[in-house]
Design a protein around this ligand. Structure first.
Ligand code: PMV
Length: 342
């Protein structure tokens, strides 16, 4: 009996890829087209290195339906999103083969660490190779965006900007690199303050905000200026300027969402304490700033020499369950079988 996994034996339309989550410094919140995941605003992010999703996609002409395993388990809702994403690749390739997909993260899923960003960027990257589509990175970014908005940014490494675009078909709503990770290797300490899945997902949160928050138009009107300030700070490697504009964008996004009806409150007590502690450290001259997404984890971004002090300060806060450190990393890439199984 041959005990090797079928996907590997068949091999012909099989590929493996890795992608890392990204964290927005200038936030995306709000869709101009929910079906195509087109954003009302542009955004700027950093791609991480220590956290990853590794995905294997094997298209098998004989398979009756997609088989999806995420972290060793099958989940109907997630499998549906994966199949919809595979459909985009099948359409491009002109095939209707079903696929076996295996994907795992080395960090908790749905805990506010953007597992959908790395997950869909890895899926598109592996699927492109498996079907030999030879898509450009920009085309991969467009397809990843349609599966999960912020996945558009995880196709690239380092500092990345995702344009909101103007076209109705979304072909100009694509991410592109601003600066390589190595050119400004900041560190990130992620304070985990809860491992529960978030109460209101980002799509529902964005829909509710657009329909009810009185601040929606101010949010859209002021975003271009924030993007320009952040872009300039990144290109000049000006930490103080990036700190100021990033905290501003984060707090503005939360103020916008807090003013929805009912209000979206993504923080817990420990999240607030972490933000206060980061500001106190900065007041003492430590180069660090915070950002928080649609969940209670606080990401503290700092210069490399400050990371031990930042981690120790966050660990000290009651309600902080763990602090995970990461640097900035590369974009999505192919993996060999040995790298995938390592
Ligand atoms: O792409 P989504 O649905 O994961 O939404 C991301 C929303 C934020 O993380 C809050 C902001 C961002 O730009 O990543």
């Amino acid at each position: 009996m041959n005990s090797e996994p079928r996907a590997v034996v068949l091999g012909e339309h099989c590929a493996m890829a890795q992608a890392q989550p990204n964290i927005a410094l200038i936030k995306y919140w709000g869709k101009r087209d929910a079906a195509l995941n087109l954003p009302v605003v542009g955004s700027i992010s950093i791609t991480l290195d220590a956290l990853w999703t590794r995905t294997r996609v094997a298209f098998e002409p004989g398979l009756e339906q997609d088989r999806v395993s995420l972290n060793g388990r099958s989940d109907a809702a997630e499998a549906k999103r994966v199949s919809a994403c595979l459909d985009l690749l099948r359409q491009r390739a002109g095939v209707n083969w079903r696929a076996a997909v295996d994907s795992r993260n080395n960090f908790p899923t749905a805990a506010g660490l953007a597992s959908s960003a790395s997950g869909f960027a890895a899926l598109i990257h592996a699927g492109d190779s498996a079907l030999r589509l030879n898509l450009s990175d920009a085309e991969k970014s467009v397809l990843a965006r349609r599966c999960s908005g912020s996945a558009a940014r995880s196709v690239f490494g380092g500092y990345v900007e995702w344009a909101h675009g103007k076209l109705a078909d979304g072909t100009d709503s694509v991410a592109s690199p601003l600066l390589e990770a190595d050119a400004w290797p900041l560190r990130v300490a992620v304070a985990i303050t809860s491992t529960a899945a978030k109460e209101v997902g980002s799509s529902e949160g964005m829909r509710r905000t657009a329909q009810t928050s009185p601040f929606q138009s101010a949010w859209i009107e002021t975003q271009e200026a924030d993007l320009a300030t952040a872009r300039a700070a990144i290109l000049a490697r000006d930490f103080a300027a990036l700190a100021a504009i990033s905290e501003y964008s984060c707090l503005k996004m939360h103020a916008l969402a807090l003013a929805a009806q009912p209000g979206l409150l993504y923080w817990n007590g420990a999240s607030v304490e972490c933000m206060r502690r980061v500001r106190a450290l900065r007041g003492q001259g430590v180069p660090v700033f915070f950002t928080v997404d649609a969940g209670p984890q606080v990401k503290a971004i700092c210069e490399p020499q400050a990371v031990e002090q930042v981690k120790a300060a966050l660990r000290d806060i009651p309600g902080v369950l763990d602090v995970v450190e990461t640097g900035l990393g590369a974009g999505a890439r192919n993996l060999t079988e040995a790298e995938y199984t390592a």
